[in-house]
Write a protein that binds this ligand. Structure first.
Ligand code: AMP
Length: 524
């Protein structure tokens, strides 16, 4: 399935144009497989994790086939487990629908219903919502699914874990039988299989891109936890400390490559980019410079980097996480060749942390945490470097031509001050980013867990602490905030105990209920 292009999948021009504007180089695996199936009219079951491009996999064909019905009824309903995900899916669809005239509306609990009602009355084509709120609106006759063409269940296993099964079945029963149905889920427990047998057509296609294991080369792998708004600054801090001699930096999109190259060049780094919109000549030129050591940084998309063969790459830096786990393996395989030690860095926001954990699991490798360098760290690194260069210079004769000038300075200044001033000049030249805050890291190591037990089971914090202590031997100091909601609970725990809690407590009984525990999206 590799090397399929977006314009070979049968999507319409408006959708293709929007995808091109997004700067996506080529379809991800789930997209390459799901899009043609949906365009041909089949129901589909897609087994894929988050971050694999699922939204576009169902969104692009739906928008491509979109035709407003004469009676102005809802065309598509998409169900997602959480408010956050509903908004995320809606935002992505809005981007893909840039040139298509489609009216979309996200609906979820917690938002004033009046606004949603007003919008629904004015006519909506695609509704993205959480099951509870959607059902509520169906019962109020504000959502009518009797003419829909598409129904999507996104992250079906999550929806089941959150206790939405009855709501979902009710919604499915209300929906037109003429529709196409798509179900996406990372796992396929029996309940999901049952759901697909009941509500999807018999000739539905099952597409799985889940990988169990994959091997990676022996590269030292690290990750930095960053805030999204600090991605570029965090990256600059890292390379200012490490000063890689030869690094390949990966971005997810063509636009991402262009933006990063521009930002780096503006700050004086020796860098060029490579992606599919550049012609063969440009690419060969860039590659030659990089190979000959005349370019320290090469920024590339996965597609552009495919097939290039460069020795002596000291660092691979994942500025963005890759779309597929295979890409991660390919990317980091570009360093540490010929028995040289290679380093791979990955930048992740707290939200992307889950994907990183999946990569670790599938590749059976350990990706260690590193802290984003502080200004003090950068200063230390630069000082060491400057000192090294001073020593080297003193070993040769060339500097002697400046001795008469230095002697003159001796009359006017203290020579220690002069040396410090010269170092300051060199330092400012080397550090191009105007760093202000000493530390910009994300405070280490809290993970938010989601548990399927809540107030309705009469759970209180004390009982939860006792349960974690008895079942997983976890102490109070490893537990942070606890939020007990009606049907579920969120609890912050130290990173180092999260795995133990997941392993030991999942499936055990708490307040008479078998609990399911998962890593949740972080609070902020
Ligand atoms: P999803 O799995 O739908 O949540 O998508 C994860 C992220 O990947 C989103 O930020 C998308 O915008 C992005 N994305 C989706 N498809 C592609 C693609 N073919 N190439 C690059 N990025 C993509």
């Amino acid at each position: 399935m590799e090397n399929v292009k977006f314009n070979e999948l049968g999507l319409n021009d408006k959708v293709l144009r929007a995808i091109d504007d997004l700067g996506f180089e080529e379809p991800s695996r789930i997209q390459a497989e799901v899009i043609p199936v949906l365009l041909e009219g089949y129901d589909a079951i897609g087994q894929a994790q988050t971050g694999t491009g699922k939204t576009l996999a169902f969104g692009a064909p739906i928008l491509s086939k979109f035709e407003r019905s004469e009676n102005n009824k809802i065309h598509t309903i998409i169900l997602a487990p959480t408010r956050e995900l509903a908004i995320q899916v809606n935002d992505e669809l809005v981007r893909i629908a840039k040139y298509s005239r489609v009216r979309m509306l996200p609906v979820y609990g917690g938002q004033p219903i009046d606004r949603q009602i007003r919008a629904l009355k004015s006519g909506i084509d695609i509704v993205v919502g959480t099951p509870g709120r959607v059902l509520d609106l169906i019962r109020r006759d504000l959502i009518d699914l009797s003419y829909i063409k598409f129904l999507v269940l996104d992250e079906a296993d999550e929806m089941l874990n959150m206790g939405f099964i009855d709501d979902i079945e009710e919604i499915l029963k209300n929906a037109s039988k003429e529709r196409q149905t798509m179900l996406f889920s990372a796992t396929m427990p029996d309940e999901i299989k049952k759901l697909t047998r009941r509500y999807l057509k018999e000739d539905s296609k099952h597409i799985s891109i889940i990988k169990n294991t994959m091997t990676v080369s022996t590269v030292s792998q690290y990750y930095y936890e960053i805030k999204q708004k600090d991605r570029f600054e965090s990256f600059c801090r890292i390379i200012d400390v490490d000063e890689p001699a030869s690094a390949i930096i990966f971005c997810k999109t063509k636009r991402g490559v262009d933006e990063l190259v521009e930002a780096m060049q503006a700050r004086g780094y020796s860098v060029e980019g490579m992606h599919g919109d550049m012609n063969q000549n440009q690419r060969m030129n860039t590659l030659r410079k990089f190979k000959e050591g005349n370019l320290e940084f090469l920024v590339a998309t996965d597609v552009a980097a495919r097939g290039i063969d460069v020795e002596n790459v000291t660092h691979v830096i994942n500025y963005d996480l890759p779309q597929e786990i295979e890409s991660y393996v390919h990317r980091i395989g570009r360093t540490g060749r010929a028995n040289r030690e290679g380093i791979a860095y990955t930048l992740v926001t707290p939200r992307e942390y889950m994907t990183l954990k999946q990569i670790e699991k599938v590749t059976k490798s350990k990706i260690k945490r590193k802290e984003i360098p502080t200004i003090d760290d950068i200063f230390q690194a630069k000082f060491k470097n400057i000192l090294g260069r001073v020593r080297e210079t003193l070993e040769q004769e060339e500097y002697k031509r400046f001795v008469p000038l230095a002697a003159e300075l001796d009359d006017e200044f203290n020579l220690v001050d002069v040396a410090a001033a010269l170092m300051n000049i060199v330092y400012n030249k080397e550090v191009s980013f105007d760093y202000t805050e000493n530390s910009i890291g994300v405070t280490a190591g809290r993970i938010r867990l989601f548990m399927t037990v809540g107030r309705m089971d009469r759970l209180n914090p004390k009982m939860l602490l006792q349960f974690l202590n008895e079942t997983a031997k976890v102490d109070r100091e490893d537990i942070g905030d606890i939020d007990i909601l009606e049907k579920f609970t969120f609890v912050d725990v130290s990173e180092r105990v999260a795995d133990t809690i997941l392993k030991r407590c999942t499936g055990r009984k708490l307040c008479g209920r078998k609990v399911n525990i998962e890593i949740s999206k972080p609070k902020k």
